[in-house]
Design a binder for this molecule. Structure first.
Ligand SMILES: C[S@@+](CC[C@H](N)C(=O)[O-])C[C@H]1O[C@@H](n2cnc3c(N)ncnc32)[C@H](O)[C@@H]1O
Length: 350
């Protein structure tokens, strides 16, 4: 299959008009939101909305597979196999590949291609949105993912119920830099804080935009995410709610964040934070404070905890995991609990 750029590019800001030649047939592609399809046998319209940038450089594909340390006994999860450039390599290296692909046209091409090479028995295709799919068991993830779902997808992998050895992912370069950043770095954010609580992230290599068809606007990087063997002793759902509250604006101090009336009311009204009266504040029975009357009590308690423990002037993005875990435990000891929002919502909310 050969895919090349057409000379008739009309708009630089929207998708290019592409010509894809396949078995001597060709078709035009323009996806600027409105897909203009001209049926031409097995022509393929690559859609920006689905992040369809195909990685075509064999050397890069080989490097990705090599650096993922796939074993012949492994089941590999591939997200967004597209036309199967990476899938073909994975099928040769692994025992089985589970490929999750949204686009039926891609699924059809993939199935035909894999079948033509006699590998169909090693491939399971799930034609679904990866964010709405429960995964079967797998050992590794290796994928060139659609960049528009990077955050929820990484969160789903790291916080999901599947255990796996590692995820080798091709990501937008800037996004990968954030995952690799440390507290205090300018690009460190909530997702990085959450991912790095449960996993290590290692840089593998940069990949130029020129290696894709069509080339995206940005360069890419491969990173390897490895779940930690020893996980911190924290309720992860409460942790996710807690960091969501702290990182509302990562550059604000925790003091000014929790002083905002809007913030306090939002936290309470969303049941994101529950506060109970307990022994550390009064001798009464535990009970959830009433929203309207007790917002100011809640605020006072939160500020008091921040102040007396030296967190009031700290910015969340400058704090280490152990400092934030300590702050959460201080809140808990004071009867303030960050009640979990549904995990699905927390994972999508980046
Ligand atoms: C960046 S392309 C990668 C294609 C192929 N792996 C390659 O490297 O050439 C991303 C692929 O993910 C698919 N995709 C986009 N959104 C998806 C979703 N929510 N669930 C599953 N697949 C999706 C696209 O249709 C596309 O085939």
């Amino acid at each position: 299959m050969m895919i090349q750029k057409s000379s008739s590019i009309k708009s630089r800001s929207s998708w290019c008009l592409l010509v894809l030649r396949r078995n001597s047939s060709h078709s035009q592609i323009r996806s600027n939101g409105q897909v203009v399809e001209k049926k031409q046998h097995d022509g393929l319209y690559l859609q920006k909305s689905k992040g369809q940038h195909l990685l075509t450089n064999t050397r890069v594909l080989d490097s990705i597979v090599r650096s993922s340390h796939v074993r012949p006994t492994d089941t590999v999860l591939e997200i967004g196999p597209g036309t199967g450039n990476l899938t073909m390599k994975l099928l040769q290296a692994a025992n089985h590949v589970v490929a999750v692909e949204l686009d039926k046209r891609m699924v059809d091409i993939l199935r035909t291609r894999v079948s033509g090479h006699g590998f169909l028995h090693k491939l399971t295709i799930i034609q679904k949105d990866v964010l709405k799919t429960d995964f079967p068991e797998f050992d590794l993830v290796v994928a060139n993912i659609p960049y528009n779902i990077s955050s929820p997808l990484v969160a789903k992998l790291v916080y999901g119920s599947n255990s796996f050895r590692s995820a080798t992912l091709l990501l937008q370069k800037e996004f990968s830099r954030r995952l690799l950043a440390n507290p205090g770095d300018s690009d460190f954010n909530r997702l990085a804080m959450n991912v790095r609580l449960l996993a290590d992230v290692k840089f593998v290599m940069d990949v130029s935009k020129r290696e894709f068809v069509p080339p995206p606007k940005v360069d890419s990087s491969v990173v390897m995410i490895t779940p930690k063997e020893v996980k911190p002793d924290v309720n992860v759902q409460e942790w996710l709610s807690f960091t969501r509250a702290c990182f509302g604006n990562k550059n604000k101090t925790l003091g000014s964040m929790f002083r905002q009336k809007k913030k306090v009311m939002e936290l309470l009204s969303l049941s994101q934070v529950g506060i109970t009266r307990n022994a550390s504040f009064d001798q009464g029975e535990n009970q959830v404070l009433c929203l309207d009357t007790d917002a100011s009590v809640f605020k006072e308690r939160v500020i008091e905890i921040l102040k007396s423990n030296g967190f009031e002037d700290k910015r969340p993005s400058k704090l280490s995991h152990s400092e934030l875990l300590h702050l959460l435990s201080l809140f808990n000891q004071a009867g303030i609990f960050f009640h979990s929002l549904p995990l699905d919502l927390l994972l999508h909310d980046y």
